[in-house]
Write a protein that binds this ligand. Structure first.
Ligand code: BLA
Length: 290
């Protein structure tokens, strides 16, 4: 029997089973169908979405292009009553190369707000340190992305091997369990101004990701531009049109071009950060982000 090709399906199965041990996942009818064939007639996209009382949206997209390409985009967005981090697993595998972001993306600023950073990341630093060694820092990354990352982010690029994929699976399971534990402990905020603060932070995050997702060109090639836009705005980053009314340029005015349109570049600052810009305590040791 031929070895089955590598797939991210088992990551999704793990996450859903693990989540279901402690809560009821209520399916969300966001996607017209769970499974969609790309225009090449071969590549398959699978989408699932759920909510719970604490989770506004848990969604998963896997793209199965057989040997040539495998993608996982798994995200969890809490209700605005919680200042919990956003679970973020974005794994892109093609032609034996892997581009990996795994993080509990901070809802609020962890570079300047040490109280928020310590609340969620102090206890997770050993976990982050472990995988920082096993999955070394990827190539230079843009300042814009670093602003959305936490001190425990796994940002890595590597060539495929069974060993690396096993490590990535272990990292995914550990980060997922860590996020579930934070969620279990979290209690809802009652203060309306704090809820608004959380909601706006999540909306800013969604606005960024919906506009600048590095996967968008590929998604457009797979399903056409109009479907790709729907997947991004209505599924992956659902809430971008509902949680707030500010526009991309309201949040990120530095992307405004002279004619008023949005600069298509992913970064206006450029790439920096050759090495991990956080120390073992989770303090930011990169230079100024601007
Ligand atoms: C590349 N994806 C990347 C890169 C990052 C991310 C950092 C490297 C290029 C860069 O620096 O921009 C991911 N960036 C993130 C994440 C955040 C961020 C998660 O700022 C969160 C704040 N990736 C996907 C999906 C696809 C995909 C669904 O998640 C495909 C459908 C593809 N990612 C993809 C591809 C590249 C990439 C093709 C390489 C091409 C490129 O860099 O343009």
């Amino acid at each position: 029997m031929a070895a089955s090709p590598f797939s991210y399906q088992k990551f999704v199965s793990f996450a859903l089973e693990e989540a279901q041990r402690s809560m009821d996942l209520i399916p969300l009818p966001l996607q017209q169908c769970n499974c969609k064939k790309a225009v090449d007639g071969k590549t398959e996209l699978r989408m699932l979405s759920f909510r719970t009382p604490k989770i506004r949206l848990l969604r998963s997209l896997t793209i199965d292009g057989g040997e040539s390409m495998q993608v996982l985009d798994f995200g969890i967005f809490p209700e605005p009553e919680f200042d919990l981090p956003i679970f973020c697993a974005n794994f892109f595998t093609a032609s034996g190369m892997n581009i990996v972001v795994l993080d509990l993306n901070p809802l609020h600023d962890v570079i300047n707000e040490s109280v928020y950073r310590e609340k969620y990341y102090s206890s997770l630093m050993p976990l982050g340190q472990k995988y920082a060694e096993l999955l070394p820092w990827g190539e230079k990354i843009t300042s814009e992305s670093v602003r959305f990352f936490s001190p425990i982010v796994v940002w890595s690029k590597f060539t495929s091997s069974q060993c690396k994929h096993d490590v990535l699976y272990a990292a995914f399971m550990d980060y997922f369990k860590a996020w579930l534990e934070l969620m279990d402990k979290a209690s809802a905020e009652n203060d309306a101004s704090m809820i608004t603060y959380n909601r706006e932070a999540q909306h800013k995050y969604l606005t960024w990701r919906a506009e600048k997702d590095p996967g968008f060109p590929l998604l457009s090639r797979l399903v056409g531009e109009s479907h790709a836009k729907d997947i991004v705005r209505k599924f992956l980053f659902n809430g971008v049109d509902a949680l707030g009314s500010k526009s991309f340029l309201d949040y990120f005015p530095e992307y405004q071009q002279e004619d008023g349109t949005i600069n298509k570049k992913r970064s206006v600052i450029g790439k920096s950060f050759q090495t991990r810009p956080w120390n073992a305590k989770g303090e930011f040791i990169g230079n100024d982000l601007r």
